[in-house]
Design a protein around this ligand. Structure first.
Ligand SMILES: [Zn+2]
Length: 59
């Protein structure tokens, strides 16, 4: 049993290492991607949308 595996909310992949936010789990890879993506890039909006969707689910 590997209970430490969590599904990343950005890439939907099960990962062991990452950042547990209060509403979502983000893997280390996606965390780096987000940090290195500037708000002018289209991908940034995608990440923000994914995270917003997670936070809305809990409310
Ligand atoms: Zn990820």
């Amino acid at each position: 049993m590997r209970e430490s595996m969590k599904v990343c909310k950005i890439c939907d992949q099960p990962k062991q290492e990452g950042l547990q936010l209060f509403f979502a789990f983000i893997c280390t890879d996606c965390e780096k991607e987000i940090i290195h993506t500037s708000p002018e890039e289209e991908r940034y909006d995608y990440y923000v949308d994914r995270l917003k969707a997670c936070s809305y689910q809990k409310q």
